[in-house]
Design a protein around this ligand. Structure first.
Ligand code: NAD
Length: 418
């Protein structure tokens, strides 16, 4: 089995638990879980010093039963095929839960983008898309940003694909700049969606934004936008971190100043000396809302019992391991978890809007995007909480059950091609 490693193992164990609940016959499970296609490529580039480096790239297309596949592209030194496959699987359940006509996909290049010059980053981006040309397309597989990639990288992807086609093909990627066929609201969509769902969770547990506190792990696109949106709602942001630095201040941070600092320096380091704390300790500090917005497997059996938040809003994909889930389940009504495939779905929902607009060459207003995003998130939140309440399921199992059931229904009805 080529899909190994701790992250794919997590996706498999979550799936098996829910497959048991849904009574999915054992012989149908591999058809649902195992990716349809996985592509591994080598991306050679010229370095600025004249030498050549080769970076390994991947793309996993999980299932093709509901439409083209859709998913982000991650640039990170630790990217490996098992992780990419797990992220593709989660994308499938996420898209199905939100009612989008996509299977899940994910891609990645094993490179730390911070070690590249801008020219080298462009070279890796273009080379990766060049290598993927035979396997992607607006009706086959549509890419988007993820950790380590951004609007600029999406513009290079789109340009590389378009140069090959001989015409501009905006609909090949989402998360592009607005002036290159992107949509208003996409860059902010994931973080704003997180804040919107946190507000709904607060209503459920009778917590008011004013006077509440939040800690955000990861201060990139998702974490910084979620922090700013929560702050606008009156929540005090008492902790933030990125890969190298963690800060805590009970008085709360000026989020706009943090964002300005990161825009100027590329990271949180240097913002403050007196607020520095240990990054691992930040997750277990007291707060009302904990938002992991960085990477997988940060809430584990080692720290789950020490979490002191009331709401765990999973902005990152896969931040909580199944072992941690078991520990958190013991807190029953005392901790409200917004699981990743619901919590961060705002990104792919607005990506879907971007794809539709690009296909139609007709663009929506910011008001239309915001209202449609909120409507889609509200419907998913209502469906998940209703199933969780009715069946006594955790929010995670309820969200996964809805997504997995929808994919299963499509596969069963379409049948197995001989
Ligand atoms: P990003 O690259 O813009 O930011 C990532 C941030 O996390 C950076 O501040 C980085 O320093 C920090 N980080 C990385 N490893 C860390 C660690 N071990 N501890 C603390 N901080 C760490 O990425 P992003 O687009 O904001 O994505 C963040 C998460 O959200 C990822 O899990 C991604 O899969 C998920 N997500 C992103 C989107 C999107 O639209 N970008 C959509 C859905 C889910």
């Amino acid at each position: 089995m080529m899909y190994g490693g701790p992250v794919f193992d997590m996706a498999r164990r979550q799936f098996e638990l829910v497959a048991d609940y849904l009574d999915i016959p054992v012989d149908e499970r591999e058809r649902l879980l195992l990716p349809k296609r996985s592509i591994a490529v080598s991306c050679p580039i010229h370095r600025d010093d004249g030498s050549t480096s080769v970076f390994q790239g991947f793309r996993v297309q999980h299932h093709l039963s509901l439409g083209p596949t859709k998913g982000g592209t991650r640039f990170d030194a630790n990217v490996e095929i098992g992780e990419v496959a797990a992220l593709a699987v989660w994308m499938s359940w996420k898209c199905a839960l939100a009612g989008l006509p996509f299977g899940g996909a994910k891609g990645g290049v094993a490179v730390d983008p911070r070690t590249l010059s801008r020219r080298e980053l462009e070279a890796v981006s273009r080379r990766y898309m060049q290598e993927m040309l035979p396997f992607v397309g607006p009706n086959i597989d549509i890419m988007a940003p993820d950790m380590g990639t951004n609007e600029q990288v999406m513009a290079w992807f789109m340009d590389t694909y378009s140069m090959h086609q001989g015409a501009t093909v905006n609909e090949i990627v989402t998360g592009k700049p607005v002036h290159c066929g992107g949509t208003v609201g996409r860059r902010e969509a994931t973080g704003r969606g997180v804040a919107h769902l946190v507000a709904k969770a607060m209503q459920r547990i009778d917590l008011r934004p004013t006077g509440s506190t939040a800690i955000i792990q990861g201060f990139g696109n998702v974490g910084s936008v979620a922090a700013a949106d929560l702050a606008e709602r009156g929540v005090r942001i008492v902790g933030v971190s990125d890969k190298n630095t963690a800060y805590h201040d009970p008085a709360g941070f000026d989020v706009a100043a943090l964002i300005a600092h990161v825009e100027q320096h590329g990271e949180l380091a240097g913002y403050s000396r007196e607020s520095r704390v240990d990054a691992a300790a930040l997750l277990t500090m007291s707060c009302d809302i904990l938002v992991p917005a960085a990477t997988e497997r940060v809430i584990t059996e080692a720290n789950a019992a020490q979490l002191r938040c009331r709401i765990l809003a999973e902005a990152a994909n896969g931040p909580t391991t199944p072992e941690a889930d078991r520990i958190l389940a013991e807190r029953k009504g005392d901790l409200f978890i917004i699981p990743d495939i619901l919590c961060n779905a705002g990104g792919v929902i607005v990506s879907y809007f971007e794809w539709v607009q690009d296909l139609q060459r007709y663009f929506w207003s910011a008001e239309q995007i915001t209202a449609s995003l909120r409507g889609a998130l509200d419907r998913s939140f209502a469906a998940v909480t209703e199933l969780a309440d009715r069946e006594g399921l955790s929010m995670r199992d309820a969200a996964l059950a809805i997504g997995i059931q929808k994919v299963k229904n499509a596969k069963t009805t379409r049948g197995l091609f001989p």
